[in-house]
Design a protein around this ligand. Structure first.
Ligand code: ADP
Ligand code: ASP
Ligand code: MG
Length: 782
């Protein structure tokens, strides 16, 4: 049976709620026979290191304080997660262990690795018990029984045998990360952050198919997303770059994590336990992903120069200090980058071969494809100069550039470095859904537009979707021959396949451009967001969906730093949303928006002069392709109702579609039944229209079909779509047939409103409006 290994880091187990979230993920994603490797909860290992330090310093008071801190944290978890016998048994076990630690302090028999092991032992026990209490067959396993090493070398053949028999098919195995045993049975650790390594080791031993590292970010980013919000999440990262990042001390993956995967087909992914729906980052073999750009920062380090470094020595030293040590050769001499707190240990161990050449330095490394390094290295140095940061040491290696500075690289400087060194030359994959009238024009316009945007972005049209067929070309379709490619290569449309293809796209950014009018397609938006796609829609359904769904979508987009534009869903290319956003951003208040937002109804009402029956006009418009296939869609007013809702939400108003009063431009009974029945009874429509028209004329006005949104001083909102009598001379009365008009009354445009008028439909203007959204997207991804 295919087995999977999951690993949850300390950040995923920092509170009782996090344990519950992890249990939920296990319930959803694990099968009996899978393994779950856990780290110590939250920062427990750090606390245990403190406990050890106070033990070494023989500071009894500090020891007891820290021990109490450890106890409180564990008690809190147990109290929140358990009741009854299980609660009592777990507490008793904990108290016994803490007592044993206190006694070992007194007897001075405390052992460093065994002390640190408690963190992982507690996590595994708590999680296994919690899962059991939820009815999941779970068993905790102490990894010291699985991973044995001799003289610092893991006994792979033996371990494999032991793991094979210990990991059966009848339970989910909760395995302690980080710890192992030596051949005498003494506890050893695999180094700080080593649980990632435990997970891949176990996967290798039991021939698992996949390892998922669950952490608190949704994957591997171009830089720490906690420091730079515009950090780019990469869908794929190649093993060599991930390994280099880890060797440079980046915490997202531990340095040794990848070694057990060499020569295997075991898949590795990084995912977020805080957002388990989100697509993670896949760490792939060489050749399966493009090389990316990263910046990783350093904590406080000492730079050591070493005479004659022997092979295997770095490994021994990093085992000694429990930390990865980056080493490199410069000017023919070996250098080590060691966390300052441990450099005395390293210097002692290498005595007299090592010297500190720079102490207490910080800085960063840029990891990038080798052809980019020289340029990035120079740019990085210039940027530091501009920011008055003094460099103490620099190294330009083949696939990274290293800069050590005398002060830390804070988030602001990191953001600038990221913006200039990583954010340039990015790729944006464009997927167009709906290749009808507008879609075709949009694609035709792509070539010129993509060229224009190419200075900052490399845009590629990678997918075309229609209701029955789709075409994917991950390296980008040939824009001069896309129609031919469509004819020769399009395959049957299939939703599951669509998401598989999107998942496989190895681009920094992806955007779905929805030019369909399909409600069903808009229902897929949350899934697109889970697949890290930005959205641009001409489709009105998502923007007018139920408010709860709509806000959830917006929230998800925000959480993932994704953008959504749907300007053309109202007024096609007319810059209505820009105007509304601008007014609001500059302190104005919108009081009322009214207008005609349907090209079809604009055309019908403006053309009607009584010389021809209204239904004749409707049929004429239908023949000219100005209406929906069934023109009652237009006459119902629902389309305008949706547009008014989009405008309202653009103003931040919480409104549902059916809260907008709707008065159709036809008698109610005609709305029902078939199109043929409608045709038979069209006289009723003519009478209806003529009657309303006559009333308007009596009042020196004209009949128009309008939408109006009014926001009272007290915030009360009144929204209505229906028949209006518009005084002759008003802007709405004199509308060019087919045009849309938006009359915006604000605090500043009070007497004399702001009017935006022009064609609100048509393939060229709509396609251009979508390009305007795409341009906006590229500007805002900067
Ligand atoms: P865990 O407890 O799950 O092992 P770690 O704290 O060891 O998690 O590692 C995850 C942290 O790594 C994130 O919270 C993030 O702040 C940091 N980090 C630094 N660089 C990156 C990066 N390039 N991509 C993702 N996370 C990063
Ligand atoms: N708990 C250990 C540490 O904090 C191992 C790990 O988290 O992977 O270093
Ligand atoms: Mg970690």
């Amino acid at each position: 049976m295919a087995k999977v290994v999951h690993k949850f880091g300390g950040s995923s187990l920092s509170s009782a709620e996090r344990y519950q979230a992890v249990a939920k993920i296990i319930l959803e994603q694990c099968q009996l026979g899978d393994s779950v490797v856990v780290s110590a909860a939250g920062k427990t290992t750090n606390t245990l290191v403190k406990l050890w330090q106070s033990f070494e310093q023989q500071d009894v008071r500090a020891f007891n304080d820290v021990l109490l801190q450890v106890e409180n944290h564990q008690r809190e978890l147990i109290d929140a997660l358990f009741t009854g016998d299980r609660h009592a048994a777990l507490l008793k076990q904990l108290v016994n262990e803490l007592q044993a630690l206190a006694q070992a302090r007194e007897a001075r028999t405390l052992h460093y690795a065994s002390l640190l092991a408690h963190g992982e032992l507690w996590s595994a026990r708590v999680l296994a018990n919690y899962l059991s209490s939820q009815g999941i067959e779970a068993r905790d396993i102490d990894a010291r029984k699985l991973f044995v090493q001799q003289d610092g070398v893991l006994l792979h053949a033996l371990n494999k045998e032991v793991c094979y028999s210990a990991i059966g098919d009848n339970a989910v195995h909760i395995v302690t990360g980080f710890i192992a045993a030596d051949s005498q049975g003494e506890t050893v650790t695999l180094g700080r952050n080593g649980s990632d390594y435990s997970a891949t080791l176990l996967a290798n031993y039991i021939d698992a198919t996949q390892v998922s590292i669950w952490t608190d970010t949704t994957g591997v980013f171009s830089t720490d997303p906690r420091k730079v919000s515009s950090a780019i999440k990469y869908a794929k990262v190649c093993r060599s770059q991930a390994e280099l990042l880890a060797r440079l001390g980046n915490p997202v993956l531990h340095a040794k994590t990848l070694s057990p995967l060499k020569g295997t087909d075991i898949k590795l992914q990084v995912r977020s336990s805080f957002d388990s729906d989100a697509l993670g980052t896949e760490i792939v073999k060489a050749g399966y992903s493009k090389e990316k750009r990263f910046i990783t920062t350093f904590g406080q380090l000492d730079l050591l120069r070493v005479e004659k470094l022997n092979s295997g020595e770095v490994k021994q030293l990093s085992q000694l200090i429990q930390h990865s040590i980056h080493h490199f050769i410069k000017g023919g001499e070996a250098h080590l980058l060691v966390p300052s707190e441990f450099s005395h240990l390293v210097i002692n161990a290498l005595e007299p071969r090592a010297n500190i050449i720079e102490s207490q330095v910080q800085g960063f490394a840029v990891v990038a494809p080798s052809q980019d390094i020289a340029g990035l290295h120079l740019q990085a140095l210039e940027l530091l100069d501009d920011n008055a940061i003094v460099t103490r040491f620099v190294l330009q290696a083949q696939n990274y550039s290293l800069v050590l500075t005398d002060q830390s690289i804070d988030s602001d400087v990191l953001a600038v470095l990221h913006e200039r060194l990583v954010n340039k030359g990015r790729e944006l994959a464009v997927i167009v859904a709906g290749v009808g009238n507008v879609g075709e024009v949009f694609i035709e316009q792509c070539k010129d537009q993509f060229d224009k945007l190419s200075e900052h972005f490399d845009l590629k049209l990678v997918g075309l979707l229609r209701s029955k067929q789709m075409l994917f070309c991950p390296s980008g379709l040939n824009l001069a021959q896309w129609q031919q490619q469509w004819q020769n290569e399009a395959i049957e449309y299939n939703e599951a396949e669509l998401f598989t293809r999107i998942k496989e796209l190895d681009y920094e950014h992806k955007v779905i451009i929805d030019i369909t009018a399909s409600e069903r397609f808009s229902a897929l938006y949350p899934q697109f967001v889970e697949h890290d796609c930005h959205l641009i829609s001409a489709n009105k359904y998502a923007g007018t969906a139920k408010h709860s769904w709509y806000t959830q979508l917006r929230q998800k987009l925000q959480e993932r730093n994704l953008l959504w534009r749907y300007n053309t869903s109202v007024g096609a290319g007319l810059p209505v949303n820009f105007a509304l956003a601008d007014l609001q951003n500059s302190g104005d208040e919108i009081v009322r928006i009214e207008g005609v937002f349907s090209g079809t109804l604009s055309w019908l009402c403006s053309r009607y002069d009584g010389s021809e029956a209204f239904s004749e006009l409707v049929l004429g418009a239908q023949a000219l392709g100005f209406t929906e296939p069934d023109p009652r869609e237009d006459l119902s007013g629902r389309d305008m109702q949706r547009k008014l809702l989009i405008l309202a939400r653009e103003l931040g108003i919480e409104l549902e579609l059916d809260e907008i009063e709707l008065e159709p431009l036809m008698p109610d009974n005609l709305a029902q039944g078939s199109w043929l029945q409608f045709l038979e009874n069209r006289q009723q429509l003519d009478d209806f229209y003529a009657e309303h028209d006559a009333k308007a004329r009596e009042n020196d006005a004209v009949l128009r079909y309008t939408g109006a949104l009014e926001i009272a001083n007290n915030g009360h909102v009144c929204a209505k779509v229906g028949i209006a009598h518009v005084p002759n001379g008003a802007a709405i009365a004199n509308l060019t047939p087919g045009d849309n008009i938006f009359v915006i009354h604000t605090k500043w445009y009070e007497q004399n409103p702001l009017v935006i008028q022009g064609p609100g439909a048509g393939k060229e203007v709509t396609a251009a409006g979508i390009h305007s959204d795409l341009f906006w997207l590229t500007q805002n991804l900067k």
